[in-house]
Write a protein that binds this ligand. Structure first.
Ligand SMILES: CC(C)(COP(=O)(O)OP(=O)(O)OC[C@H]1O[C@@H](n2cnc3c(N)ncnc32)[C@H](O)[C@@H]1OP(=O)(O)O)[C@@H](O)C(=O)NCCC(=O)NCCS
Length: 168
């Protein structure tokens, strides 16, 4: 099932696929991770070196508690990544889109699709948590629009939770 874009964006935008990342995605993932805006919104902001990135990717792909996925748009272009880190009954989500694909509605669609699908495939997980810097207004807005709620604040970090989407 694909998600259609919300009202204020073009009707033609959609997520065609969310697939597991592979080692072939290393360069793409590193470019997204080292993008300046993404670094500023992350909790660690250093520029990652290619060798460190490859080691990290190898560990991540081999870890059953980490789910790293590539988001493809309606033209099957890879537009960003979403990652779930499972810890007991909670999974922590992070998302980053390539700069040229931001602010077009894809982030909302990607969160709805990936979060819903993740919960279906991981019944042991009760809630997904997003930890967002309180200054990252775009991200807070987009997570809320995708169905995340139960907001909590701790210092400069906003936590939002997703427990599955209500059936229509
Ligand atoms: C956060 C992110 C995934 C959101 O995805 P996106 O595709 O850009 O989001 P959408 O297009 O669905 O929605 C963006 C909304 O923010 C609004 N927005 C854009 N820039 C804004 C700004 N500077 N201030 C406030 N709102 C802003 C847009 O108008 C839009 O709202 P609208 O649809 O009501 O007009 C993406 O921007 C991204 O990858 N950012 C860098 C990494 C990051 O911050 N990751 C999250 C860490 S928790």
């Amino acid at each position: 099932m694909t998600q259609q874009a919300p009202t204020s964006h073009s009707d033609t935008r959609s997520i065609s696929e969310i697939r597991k990342a592979t080692f072939d995605d290393a360069e793409l993932l590193l470019n997204w991770r080292n993008d300046e805006v993404t670094r500023m919104q992350a909790f660690t902001q250093d520029i990652i070196k290619p060798d460190d990135h490859r080691q990290w990717l190898e560990r991540t792909l081999g870890d059953p508690k980490k789910v790293l996925q590539i988001i493809l748009n309606e033209q099957s272009e890879p537009i960003g990544q979403v990652r779930f880190d499972i810890s007991g009954t909670v999974a922590e989500i992070t998302i980053a889109l390539g700069p040229e694909y931001r602010n077009r509605g894809y982030g909302t669609l990607a969160l709805i699709e990936s979060s819903t699908r993740f919960m279906e495939h991981h019944p042991e997980v009760r809630r997904i948590r997003a930890r967002i810097k309180e200054t990252n207004e775009v991200s807070i807005k987009v997570f809320k629009r995708a169905g995340y709620g139960d907001e909590r604040r701790d210092k400069e970090v906003v936590s939002l939770f997703f427990a599955g989407r209500k059936k229509d």
